[in-house]
Design a protein around this ligand. Structure first.
Ligand SMILES: Nc1ncnc2c1ncn2[C@@H]1O[C@H](COP(=O)(O)OP(=O)(O)OP(=O)(O)O)[C@@H](O)[C@H]1O
Length: 293
């Protein structure tokens, strides 16, 4: 097991408040892991601990086998947690300033390409104090990619972004993880966004890990017909797709390839299809099931 990040028995107490409680998890290279959980569950505390912004009460964090106690890991991490900028400088100047500060100095070509990637090129000469929240979030993404990072940590990256901004972020996350094998850990409350990008989901509740599961993306196709399905008709459909489910006037199936044949059988039996929908809410079901425990 050559995990990129290993978090072992991490506990963080703020006075009497236990924000993280004996939390352990591992992330493999190129894996995209989403942290989900209700407000105050401990997600930001975990992300801040990994980045070294706060000191855990006990437990350990190691990156590529090296304990964060032994070696400073922050310069290897691209971070987006409540980004802050120098408001009186322009977007471009902020990135130039950060680039000068970092040991891993990058030229203006990278800055320009990041501004382009996040569609901020037209605003690069504007002072950051005139930026909207979503624009600052985009600039925060540029900032996190300014150095050659080996791990990406994002706290609620999709908040405040318009649909185009969200797609930009998702593309960066997917490219960095799946092409460059950089592990990505991010928190989010938006389960649709999470479902779109992550490979694994970890749920936190009251500082404890309550779920750690690979995400299986599974769609259910639902056909609604003009009347109830008979037992004979159901048998014919099951010959086509043994996993099919029929309930009154609805037919549920998962294999998209069967759609034409199922429609053909229904039409042969004299039925009309009056509606079709696709259910894609596996994570929501999982979340709600866990939340009610
Ligand atoms: N600096 C602090 N001092 C005291 N308590 C804190 C501090 N920071 C966080 N907490 C508490 O620790 C717990 C975990 O907070 P954290 O911000 O990690 O949760 P979260 O899962 O990120 O929540 P959200 O989804 O609302 O952002 C909460 O009960 C919070 O009130």
């Amino acid at each position: 097991m050559n995990e990129a990040l290993s978090i072992d028995n991490l506990t963080k107490k703020y006075k009497n408040k236990i924000a993280l409680d004996d939390f352990s998890m591992k992330i493999m290279p190129g894996e995209i892991v989403a942290l989900i959980g209700e407000n105050g569950a401990g997600k930001t505390t975990l992300l801040n601990s990994i980045c070294g912004f706060i000191r855990p009460t006990s437990g350990s964090i190691s990156f590529k086998g090296i304990s964060s106690e032994k070696e400073k890991t922050l310069d290897k991490i691209g971070v987006l947690i409540e980004p802050s900028f120098l408001d009186y400088l322009t977007a471009e100047e902020n990135l130039q300033y950060l680039s000068i500060l970092s040991e891993d100095k990058k030229n203006s070509t990278l800055i320009e390409s990041l501004l382009q990637k996040t569609e901020l090129s037209d605003s690069k000469k504007k002072k950051v104090k005139t930026f909207s929240f979503g624009m600052k979030q985009r600039l925060g993404l540029c900032q996190s990619l300014l150095t050659d990072v080996e791990l990406l940590i994002f706290d609620e990256p999709f908040v405040g972004l318009d649909p185009v901004g969200k797609e930009l972020f998702k593309k960066v996350i997917l490219d960095k993880a799946h092409q460059e094998k950089i592990p990505v850990l991010f928190s989010s409350h938006d389960l649709d966004d999470v479902e779109e990008v992550c490979d694994r989901v970890v749920m936190v509740r009251k500082g404890k890990k309550v779920l750690d599961q690979k995400l299986v993306r599974e769609k259910t196709f639902i056909l609604k017909i003009d009347g109830n399905i008979s037992t004979e008709e159901k048998k014919k459909l099951e010959l086509q797709d043994p996993t099919i489910l029929c309930e009154k006037d609805c037919i549920f199936f998962k294999n998209e390839k069967n759609i034409v044949d199922i429609q053909r059988i229904l039409l042969q039996e004299g039925h009309y299809i009056v509606g079709m929908s696709i259910q894609n809410n596996n994570l929501k079901k999982l979340f709600l099931a866990e939340e009610t425990i």
